[in-house]
Write a protein that binds this ligand. Sequence first.
Ligand SMILES: [Zn+2]
Length: 302
Amino acid sequence: MAWFKKEKYTTLKPPVMKDRIPEGLWTKCENCFNLVLTKDFEENLKVCKKCNHHHRLTARERIAMLADEGTFQEMFSNVQPTDPLGFVDSKPYSERLKAAQKASGHDEAVVVGKAEIDGIPVGLGVMVFEFVGGSMGSVVGERITRLIEYCTEYSLPLVIVSASGGARMQEGILSLMQMAKTSGALSRLAEKKVPFISVLTNPTTAGVMASYASLGDVIIAEPDALIGFAGPRVIQQTINQILPKGFQKSEFVLEHGFLDKVVHRKDLKKTIALFLHYFTGQKPRSWSDEEVTEASENRVSA
Ligand SMILES: [Zn+2]
């Protein structure tokens, strides 16, 4: 007689997922982990409605957000990356470039061109963080410099949106040289009194922050963006001290005088248009006559 009766195993059928959420319908906020409807999230320019965290935008989304529809014309895309040092780390730099091009859909870490922002013509440069962390190699430096020179020649206001981890290590000194080159070009732009609005997004650090990103006539940042030269962890280890709360975040940098304004993404285009109006006297297309009067009154009182 058996002590235990063997039950017959039955195969469990997976439940029918009638109410399954279709993929991509919800997006999880990377800061507060709340779920938000992807449609609402995108309508809100990828800013979390619950905690106000500004998620990273791709360069294409950034251009679509800032430039008036259909006005962006890419320039200097003929400047293409090479591997001047024949650099190899865990894999050859040339292979890294190809992989980055495939993954990001961009040929380099910056897109530059002409555009209109609320009807005002500008030279617009947008860094592509999704391409090797928006690092500045020879191509980024050269495209930015050519854009600056174009703006100098045609007295076109310049707007650059930065997002970068710094210099492109695989290009060594050639990458560091871009800091001096872009800064030199900007000094000629300034001599001609052509305005430059620098927009810093998360993160803007190292070689880019130490050159053109910090040389704007007006420097605007998105909230809570990491802005600095070396990252907080490196600084903490070097000086062996606990860093203050919010160190290297936009609001902290603003308080310490390195920024002019922290602007919510939904107000960014409006704010840039306002500064363009102040600098050039041109009227943003969407403004009423009352808004022009109001702006000039604010300008006087400021
Ligand atoms: Zn959130």
